[in-house]
Design a protein around this ligand. Structure first.
Ligand code: 0PR
Length: 349
């Protein structure tokens, strides 16, 4: 039987995953058979996880960070909602999220019995006044997105954090996608800029680590205490992660990628990806399309579904936003020459 090979990345324009950095690939392979979920047995990878969290803290402006490497942004967002719920006293908790928030918050809500209240966006950003209106005595968390999945936009994080603080609620920032681009932008998004309690920031997206390596950060270990359960028969006595056995490959590759790239490599990538996104936005605008972005290296354009399907037929991996626009993410594997051949194919139809 023929050996299965993974897809090539040369026509992938919609994924938030990318080609891992060579050091990340090598580290992932070396640490395949390790489990940071059992730090008593797998000590080296547990130490590496501490390093990963420290570097994530540097990226996100947080001294002495608490947190861990998750299975992805979904787990990190679920944990944030769980903390918000567990530390609050109400029997009827709600978390306020912009309508642009990732669907993982809906999973969290369903599992945790928390009501998710969606706030409308204005120009693809959470509306602060609408957020203030919707917060009530049972609001246990407020979410801001720093780099939305569909449009790459950044919510007004400091203003949302002020609202959360006034309400006695947790402020969670979802920087799953944006976190490794934003340090080089002018946006106010990190722990130094605002009264943020917890954050999702994923090495397996723009961090260029191997999958699975999501990131969860908290301002102190007090937050993690809300998640802790006893683990009587392990050498370690408790666990705050959602999953038990976890990928040491993800942890080791996150450290390797971040050590190789923070900050210079990520800065260079931010500029290259933004230049590519601007270049594509200009080409699409010249052709009469209405383009949203780029705020981060992601654009949406009102290319027809028919044309998108034709491009998919030629092997291009492009997706649509909920409102039907074509969406393109300029991840590190997306080069200018890829975009040139994409535009040539667009012109062909
Ligand atoms: N938060 C934000 C802002 C996200 O964009 C995503 C995923 C998540 C949380 C959840 O992260 P995990 O998927 O790591 O749990 N955004 C992409 C999406 O749902 C994920 C993705 C990645 C999709 C690669 C496709 C793909 O090929 O569209």
């Amino acid at each position: 039987m023929q050996r299965a090979e993974p897809q090539a990345f040369e026509r992938v324009l919609s994924s938030m995953c990318t080609v891992p950095h060579p050091a990340a690939r090598e580290a992932a392979e070396r640490f395949l058979a390790t489990n940071p979920g059992d730090p008593g047995t797998y000590q080296t990878v547990a130490d590496l996880e501490r390093e990963a969290v420290d570097i994530l803290g540097e990226v996100a402006g947080l001294d002495d960070p608490a947190g861990y490497i998750t299975s992805g942004g979904t787990e990190a967002n679920i944990q944030a909602v769980r903390i918000a719920r567990n530390r609050a006293e109400t029997d009827d908790p709600n978390v306020v999220v912009p309508e642009s928030a990732h669907f993982s918050f809906r999973k969290a809500a369903e599992m945790l019995g928390v009501d998710i209240r969606q706030v409308p966006t204005t120009d693809h950003r959470a509306d602060v006044d609408a957020t203030a209106d919707i917060i009530d005595d049972d609001t246990v968390g407020v979410v801001g997105v720093a780099g939305t999945t569909e449009y790459g936009h950044v919510d007004p994080i400091p203003a949302l954090a002020d609202l959360a603080e006034d309400a006695g609620a947790i402020m969670h920032v979802d920087a799953a996608f944006g976190g490794f681009f934003l340090p080089f932008s002018d946006f106010a998004w990190d722990f130094e800029d605002a009264a943020i309690d917890t954050m999702t920031i994923d090495p397996h997206k723009a961090g260029q680590a191997a999958v699975p390596a999501g990131g969860f950060l908290a301002r102190s270990t007090d937050y993690l205490d809300e998640l802790t359960i006893d683990t009587p028969y392990l050498e370690s006595e408790s666990q705050f992660t959602l999953t038990g056995t976890r990928s040491g490959a993800g942890v080791a590759s996150a450290v390797a990628a971040m050590e190789a790239l923070w900050p210079t490599g990520y800065r260079d990538q931010y500029h290259t990806s933004m230049d590519n996104a601007h270049w594509l936005a200009d080409r699409l605008a010249e052709r009469g399309y209405r383009v949203v972005g780029p705020e981060l290296p992601l654009i949406a354009a009102d290319v027809s579904l028919e044309l998108v399907n034709q491009l998919r037929g030629r092997g291009w991996r492009v997706t649509k936003t909920g409102s039907g626009e074509m969406r393109i993410v300029c991840m590190p594997h997306v080069t200018r020459s890829m975009l040139r051949s994409f535009v040539a194919d667009l012109d062909w139809y």
